[in-house]
Ligand binder design. Structure first.
Ligand SMILES: Nc1nc2c(ncn2[C@@H]2O[C@H](COP(=O)(O)OP(=O)(O)OP(=O)(O)O)[C@@H](O)[C@H]2O)c(=O)[nH]1
Ligand SMILES: [Mg+2]
Length: 657
């Protein structure tokens, strides 16, 4: 059979690493539980970290004009083991709707399809994903390659609908269709489906890989979600050209519009594939001559796209598929696919590993910091008690009584001080509510509603543009205000911690600050993408553009909602991280005062208790030291997994332009 390929092996190693990291986190949790240091908040945080490790997806998108061989390349890289051409690939337009390939163990293997009619409604594909009944599902029979191919052929289905309907779906924009522009009786061909999700238990998909196959020609322009969401969020985008066609005008359009980047270096890896190099294989030429021909084409392509030639990979997807299916190693080498697979691996997995590793490390550290603060407070309390009790050695009852009075006073004072803490809680809740109001979904919904109205009322470019500009300005304002409000909370809490630490002789806790930069960046990106596409859309056939504009706006609004959702979630966990330690400190300190009072009282009643009590405290101190060391050990174990250099190389960014 086919030797284990590089990409598959690397991907499995990555999956393996993720599992080990997840085990490391589970061990930390287990340890905290055994030490009785885990509370509800820690349980919640650990569950989040673990969930992220399990759900981690790696998205690779394939983009090109039609017939460049996207589907064939996907077949060759990922599905050759199946021994057949899984995705339909043929001359002319083949893939008619964006097609996601993934694995979801909770569902049986199937192809789910969203009818094109859903384009007549305002919701986006992402939203429809929450409603399974909107999709048509067909099972995949893994035992029969033939029946599977048959089921998957649905992504190519088309039908004829009246022009007016096509226009309503925002699909009537092709130059070729312009001939009928005035004739609403005529019919045009449209895809039967809007989006396809193939659930298939391929080992790579099971590891969290998601493949996005896109239809060529205009589809990218008419499905705003691809442009605004799916492509920018892919971890790698493969752009395909065909050696026999060279770089055509439409190829360049797709490249400039969706891949060239907008100046701020995008994180996603961009790989250019010059497919169909088998067209240059010529029996009358020597291998050396052929190789020179291929290199020349690669260099020319790189020049036109303004990227280094090392970023362009000449391959033959078709020959690679044949070679893999037949186990023909010589042909596989000639297809040059292995070089592309290696590059893909080098780009993708280490980058992903770095991101997820760093995030896990950060979370584990933050968690440990909270626990360490508790342990430190307990240790300080014990040291204090030890000091007091050792000083009592050989003293008479009067001194003990005097000390008891002093601690009682201290306790009373502290309890009276609790009123200040309660007042702080009130202010804190007020400020918290303000933040949630600022970036609440109600605010966004109102903003979107206003914009929608204004867009509908305005028939001119200027009005629509202004409405959209105001929409973004409002969002920017929201995040700016939320940022300022979070600074207020942070300042107040910081002051409170310093004061608490001073009053009670503790190390002050430094609450983490909150940054809105992440959301601002995402909104900026959205606005940039919107600006880039606005003119393209506006220049379309006049009757179609309003439907399209509306859909475009709904996608923008849905992305904005996503940003608000995440921001709300982040704010919530930040507020907890800021407040919870103070609550713990207050509780711990109160407990300690009570313990101190109790032990002095016992000594007052029977002076022979003194030495026993001192011994007990020494013991408790040792336990705490052991816990601190244990915690450090758990953290070091996680760091070691994250930083292990043996299994996979770290991101080299070798392909980043
Ligand atoms: N000679 C040759 N033909 C290829 C190669 N790769 C793909 N093809 C052919 O090119 C045609 C188009 O391939 P597809 O995979 O359907 O192309 P696509 O980019 O997915 O096209 P759409 O789905 O329409 O966007 C098919 O007939 C393939 O067999 C290749 O490396 N060499
Ligand atoms: Mg295709």
């Amino acid at each position: 059979m086919i030797p284990t390929r590089d990409l598959a092996a690397r991907f499995e190693a990555y999956g393996d690493w993720r599992r080990r990291l997840s085990d490391g986190v589970a061990r930390l949790h287990e340890w905290l539980r055994r030490q009785e240091l885990a509370d509800a908040q820690i349980d919640h945080k650990i569950a989040q970290v673990t969930e992220r490790l399990h759900q981690d997806k790696l998205v690779v998108a394939f983009v090109a004009e039609f017939s460049r061989g996207k589907s064939e390349l996907i077949n060759a890289i990922f599905f050759a083991d199946f021994g057949a051409r899984l995705l339909p690939s043929s001359a002319g337009r083949t893939t008619m709707c964006p097609t996601e390939l993934l694995h979801d163990a909770a569902m049986p293997p199937s192809i789910r399809l969203l009818p094109i009619e859903t384009r007549g409604r305002e919701a986006t594909v992402a939203e429809f994903k929450n409603y399974p009944d909107e999709w048509q599902s067909f099972p995949l029979d893994l035992a029969s390659a033939e029946r599977m191919t048959e089921a998957l052929a649905r992504v190519s289905q088309v039908k004829r609908v009246p022009v007016a309907l096509a226009r309503k779906y925002g699909l009537f924009a092709d130059d070729a269709d312009k001939a009928h522009a005035g004739d609403d009786e005529a019919t045009v061909e449209v895809p039967v489906w809007r989006h396809a999700v193939i659930n298939f238990p391929h080992p790579l998909l099971q590891q969290g890989l998601v493949i996005l196959d896109t239809p060529g020609l205009n589809a990218i322009g008419t499905e705003p979600e691809l442009t605004l969401n799916q492509l920018p969020n892919a971890h790698a985008v493969l752009f395909l050209l065909a050696a026999d066609a060279g770089v055509t005008k439409t190829d360049l359009e797709v490249w400039n519009r969706h891949l060239a980047g907008d100046g701020n270096a995008s994180k996603a890896g961009r790989i250019v594939v010059l497919n169909k190099i088998d067209g240059l294989w010529d029996d009358l030429k020597s291998e050396t001559q052929i190789r020179a021909d291929i290199e020349r084409q690669i260099n020319a392509t790189a020049l036109v796209l303004n990227i280094p030639p090392s970023q362009v990979f000449g391959v033959s997807a078709q020959k690679a598929l044949v070679a893999k299916v037949n186990g023909d190693d010589a042909l596989l080498a000639r297809s040059r696919l292995p070089a592309l697979e290696t590059a893909l691996t080098a780009e993708l997995i280490p980058a992903k590993r770095d991101i997820i590793g760093a995030a896990t490390q950060t979370d584990a550290r933050a968690l440990a910091m909270g626990v360490r603060a508790i342990l430190a407070a307990r240790k300080a309390g014990i040291a204090e008690q030890l000091g007091e009790l050792t000083a009592l050695r050989g003293k008479n009852l009067d001194v003990v009584e005097h000390m008891m009075d002093r601690i009682r006073e201290e306790k009373d004072l502290f309890e009276r001080g609790l009123a200040r803490y309660t007042a702080l809680r009130t202010v804190f809740t007020q400020q918290t509510n303000e933040i949630f109001d600022t970036i609440g979904l109600t605010a966004l919904r109102a903003n979107a509603g206003r914009t929608r109205d204004r867009m509908e009322r305005s028939q001119f470019t200027k009005g629509v543009r202004e409405a959209m500009n105001d929409f973004f300005a409002q969002i920017r304002g929201d995040f700016e205000r939320a940022g300022a409000q979070s600074v207020e909370v942070h300042d107040m809490m910081k002051a409170m911690y310093v004061r608490f630490a001073n009053d009670h002789g503790l190390e002050p806790f430094m609450p983490p600050p909150f940054s809105v930069l992440k959301y601002q960046k995402e909104v900026e990106r959205l606005e940039r993408a919107y600006n880039t596409h606005f003119n393209t859309l506006w220049n379309m056939v006049s009757k179609a553009k309003f439907a399209l504009m509306k859909r475009f706006f709904e996608t923008v609004a849905s992305r904005a909602r996503h940003v608000y959702d995440i921001a709300n979630r982040d704010v919530e966990s930040w507020l907890k991280a800021v407040m919870a330690p103070l609550e713990t400190q207050v509780r711990e300190h109160h407990l300690q005062l009570r313990r101190r009072l109790e032990s002095i009282r016992r000594i007052h009643q029977a002076s022979d208790e003194l030495e026993d009590r001192i011994a007990e405290l020494e013991q408790a101190k040792e336990t705490l030291d052991g816990q601190l060391a244990g915690l450090a050990g758990q953290l070091a174990a996680i760091d070691e997994i994250v930083e292990a250099a043996d299994v996979l190389p770290r991101a080299a960014n070798s392909l980043a332009a």
